[in-house]
Each structure stands twice: as structure tokens, then as C-alpha cells.
Design a protein around this ligand. Structure first.
Ligand code: RAM
Length: 521
């Protein structure tokens, strides 16, 4: 799938009053200084690697390093921040620069792999590795970027035959805009759920920066679909309502051609919406605003941003054909999930119905009966289109695209769109699990919506089982934070052609805390 689908004649429409509001809500980052807790050895296991504790951190001060030597430090948990350390020389006077490589990784796999062997199709520049010359020792070395990592390896490319290096005062200034003090203690005696909740909260914490980032290692930006799930989880954990508000104002203040909410936004070098448009992500603005109002009751924001939500509906409705069904495309026009070969038409249709119902509700909150009636009619129209063209009564499943593809994502989204009553939704979900279509779910993003469909339709036990097996699977592998992509059957799965570039702390994966706190305890 070509993901370089810039929209033609892209231009950004700026609403300065919205951007100003967003900027006024810019959070302060808090900083904590974290030191490594131990030295580890990265050990191969088949194609994968583990980090085995070797010595305690104090052992570092007794070591010196020459050509080809290395050491791997473990910070004890996931960090997002700025790293510095002191390098000194020992032996004869320093007669040549020190030349070192620093590598940082969120999981042991990144530490074990040689980055030169990277074979993915998105930029290698995300891999966290620095090559540095240090002319004069001793020196305090400050690494140039913000990193997301647990492990840091120092590898000495060269010193000289006459001196070696010592390393001390290794510290990470870890940053976040999340305030852990606002997370209420979880009342559960279930250690597995407690662990999953803790990992979720840590994932959220690492992704909460000046905006809700999707992943602090990659792409480090605000994606609309990710934001929607982060915001939901945030309402049940860190409760930073202003950060959600800020992100909503950014999306509304920096739209694309025709007022479309972009798929993602950059903060630097200036506030800028990206030129990628995704059908479902634009509609997620509607959902995110709806959730925000439900969580806060902030009517002023609802009133001010509702027109932006309405514009997304309008633009999406224009994508319907004569039969009331969203036109399918060959490009990367809609996200849904990274599932291989997933056709997006049915999922997109369901998301449109889902968003129309939320728009109707928002119009009612704003006491605009005329609009409420209009969105109701549009939801009916899109439902009729779906039932006549996408519903296959014989198999009892929704099909998608020209070839009538049968996927998990399409069924899940139609359940969420509530085109049936609860009983039929339950039957559809159970049939889906039984038949297990070949086009599977690939990411925690899609698994979230599956779990949500189950929870919302009273299938709490199956939802809980999904959380225990799927997110619990990552926890059992020792995850500090939840991964962008997780396939229990293939630990090397990656939508980008190489697991190395996957993000191992990803916002859209941090939602179990939402389920646990909203539905389970
Ligand atoms: C990837 C990231 C991001 C997501 C987009 C669609 O680049 O994982 O979080 O929203 O895909």
C-alpha cells in the first residue's frame, strides 16, 4: 500500500482564533532525572533477543572501554527524554578523538539487531542511533535528540592504543505532560488486570507530551485516530481534559482543503497539518468531540467546534454513490487497520453511520432539532445503503469492496454503528469469532474497537478474555508499554517491512486501562 498519498493541490486553512486557544492550553512538561538501574547482556533467542541482568549499575564505574568494547544499560522502564553522560579517559594522555556509537531501544530486539540490516519501507532515520566524535576528554556528552527507550548501549568504535574510556553520570531527563498523581488507584485484586492497567498508564504517560503523540519513538506526532483513543483512556486515568481540548482546537484550527480535518499534525518547525487525508480519521474528529463533551460537559467548546465536526460529515456524505454507499478507492484513502489486503469500504460506511449518530446526539445537546433530524435521516440513508449492498443475508456478514471481502474489521465496525439491536449484534459478534475470517485484525487499534463492540453489547466475558489474551500477551512477554503492532502468531509482524521500525510504546495500544476502569472494576 502506497502511503505517500498527498492530497492534490494541498493547502492549509488556518483559523487563528482556534490556534490561539490551542496554544494557550499548551501544557508544561515535568522532568524527572532517571539513572540506569543495571547492566544487561543482550542475548539472542532464535531471531529475537532478551536482556539478561548482568551487574548492578555501580559496576559501570569500575569498567574501562577500548576499541570494540561495549556496555548495555537498563533504565528499568520506558523513558522519553534527554540523555547525557560524562566520558573520561584513562591511561596515557588522550592522543586521538574518542569515536563512539550510542544506540537506544525500547525493547531488547532493537538492541540485538544491527541497524545497518534494516529492510523496512519507512525512514531508517527513526532508528535511535548516534555516531559521535569527542575530541577532548573529560566531557559531558549530551545526545542531540529526545529518545524513547529503556536500553542504551555504548559501543566504542575507537579510542587509541594508548587510552581507554570510562563512563559515569548517565542520566535521562524524562519528560511528560501527564500527572501520575491524577490517576486513581485501581481497586482490583486481580494481579493480571492490575499489571495490564499499569502498562496502559505507562504507555499513556510516555505518549503525553506537548500533544498526545502517537508514539514517542515514531512518528512523534498528533494523529487523529490515535487521539480519539488516547482521549478516551485519559478520561479514566490522567484526566487531562485541557490536553484533549488543545488537540481538538489544533485539528479544527489547521484544516486541509475544504475544511477537512487532516490525518495528522506536526508541531515543528511550525504548526502544520499534514497533507494526508484519511476518511475514517477525519470522522474521528466527530467522535472525539462527542466523547469530550460526554466527559466534560464543556458546552462552549462543543458549540465552537461542532461546525468543524459537521464539515467532516458533509465531506464524507459527498463520498456516497447513488445507492448511498461510500465509494471504494485503490489508494490509502481510509485507515481502519494495517491488516494485509483489508478492503476499507464497509468499515468506512459503518464509521460514517457511527459518526452520523454522534452528530445527531451533539445537535440534540445543542438543542438544534432540525439538524438532529437531518443527521438521523442521513444515518438511515447510509444504513439502507449498507443493508442493500454490503449485507450478505446468506452468510450473515457484511462484505466489502468489489470482491465482497469478508473481514473482522467490517463486522466490528457495523456492530459499533448499531445498525442492529443488541441481540443481533451479539449474534454477529459470536458468528464472527466462530467463522474467523481470513482478513484478521492487525493492531491494538483495531482490537480496541473489537473489545469495545463486545463490551457495549454486554459480552463482557469475551471482552475480558480478549484483553487478557491480547494485551496480556504483550504483558507476559515483558512489555513495559504496549506495542503499535502485536500479532500473537507472529512476533516479527510489521506493516513497514521490518519489526525494527515498529513503535513499542504506542498510544492506540494503551486503552485497556479505559476498559478496565470503565467496565470491569
Ligand atoms: C502509523 C502510526 C500512527 C497511525 C497511522 C495511521 O503511522 O502508527 O499511529 O495513526 O499509522
Amino acid at each position: 500500500m502506497d502511503i505517500t498519498n498527498s492530497i492534490p493541490d494541498f493547502k492549509m486553512i488556518v483559523r487563528p482564533e482556534f490556534v490561539k486557544k490551542a496554544e494557550e492550553l499548551k501544557p508544561e512538561l515535568s522532568t524527572v532525572r532517571v539513572n540506569p538501574v543495571r547492566l544487561v547482556q543482550i542475548v539472542p533467542h532464535g531471531e529475537d533477543f532478551t536482556a539478561e541482568p548482568a551487574e548492578d549499575a555501580a559496576a559501570l564505574s569500575r569498567k574501562s572501554f577500548g576499541r570494540g568494547d561495549s556496555v548495555c544499560l537498563d533504565f528499568g522502564g520506558h523513558q522519553v527524554g534527554y540523555v547525557s553522560f560524562r566520558l573520561s579517559s584513562t591511561g596515557s594522555p588522550q592522543d586521538a578523538p574518542a569515536y563512539i556509537r550510542i544506540k537506544l531501544g525500547e525493547i531488547p530486539y532493537e538492541m540485538g539487531r544491527n541497524f545497518a540490516g534494516y529492510r523496512g519501507n519507512i525512514s531508517r532515520s527513526w532508528l535511535q542511533e548516534e555516531y559521535l566524535h569527542i575530541d577532548v576528554l573529560p566531557a559531558v556528552v549530551r545526545l542531540p535528540r529526545r529518545y524513547a527507550f529503556r536500553y542504551l548501549e555504548l559501543y566504542v568504535i575507537d579510542t587509541s592504543p594508548k587510552y581507554k574510556l570510562t563512563i559515569s553520570d548517565v542520566v535521562c531527563e524524562s519528560v511528560t505532560s501527564a500527572d501520575p498523581g491524577r490517576v486513581l488507584p485501581l481497586k482490583t485484586a486481580d494481579p493480571e488486570l492490575a499489571l495490564i492497567d499499569r502498562i496502559s498508564c505507562k504507555t499513556m504517560e510516555s505518549c503525553m507530551q506537548l500533544v498526545f503523540e502517537d508514539g514517542p519513538k515514531r512518528d512523534r506526532r498528533l494523529w487523529m485516530g490515535d487521539l480519539r483513543l488516547q482521549a478516551l483512556t485519559n478520561y479514566h486515568t490522567f484526566r487531562n481534559y485541557d490536553l484533549v481540548k488543545r488537540c481538538l482546537y489544533l485539528f479544527a484550527g489547521l484544516t486541509q482543503n475544504e475544511g477537512r480535518v487532516g490525518a495528522c499534525l506536526f508541531l515543528e518547525p511550525k504548526l502544520q497539518v499534514d497533507d494526508t487525508a484519511l476518511f475514517d480519521f477525519s470522522l474521528m474528529f466527530v467522535s472525539c468531540l462527542y466523547d469530550y463533551y460526554e466527559a466534560t460537559g464543556d458546552k462552549e467548546t462543543l458549540r465552537e467546534l461542532f461546525p468543524t465536526a459537521e464539515r467532516q460529515i458533509e465531506l464524507s456524505m459527498a463520498e456516497l454513490d447513488e445507492g448511498g454507499v461510500v465509494r471504494d478507492k485503490d489508494t490509502w484513502w481510509c485507515f481502519l487497520d494495517w491488516g494485509k489486503g483489508l478492503n476499507k469500504q464497509a468499515g468506512a460506511q459503518a464509521i460514517l453511520i457511527y459518526a452520523l449518530k454522534q452528530a445527531r446526539q451533539m445537535a440534540e445537546w445543542l438543542e438544534d432539532e432540525e439538524k438532529a433530524a437531518r443527521y438521523s435521516r442521513q444515518a438511515e440513508l447510509a444504513t439502507e445503503g449498507a443493508m442493500s449492498r454490503l449485507w450478505d443475508a446468506e452468510t450473515g456478514f457484511f462484505v466489502s469492496g468489489k470482491k465482497g471481502q469478508f473481514s473482522w474489521a467490517s463486522q466490528v465496525w457495523f456492530v459499533l454503528a448499531n445498525v442492529f439491536d443488541r441481540e443481533k449484534n451479539q449474534q454477529l459478534l459470536k458468528r464472527l469469532i466462530r467463522e474467523d475470517p481470513p482478513v484478521k485484525m492487525a493492531t491494538p487499534y483495531m482490537y480496541h474497537y473489537f473489545a469495545e463492540a463486545l463490551m457495549e453489547n454486554g459480552l463482557i466475558d469475551i471482552a475480558l478474555e480478549t484483553i487478557r489474551s491480547y494485551w496480556g500477551g504483550m504483558a507476559r512477554e515483558g512489555a513495559d508499554t504496549f506495542y503499535e503492532v502485536y500479532d500473537p502468531a507472529d512476533r516479527f509482524a510489521s506493516p513497514y517491512g521490518d519489526r525494527l521500525i515498529n513503535s513499542f510504546c504506542h498510544a492506540w495500544s494503551g486503552t485497556p486501562a479505559y476498559f478496565i476502569r470503565k467496565y470491569l472494576v
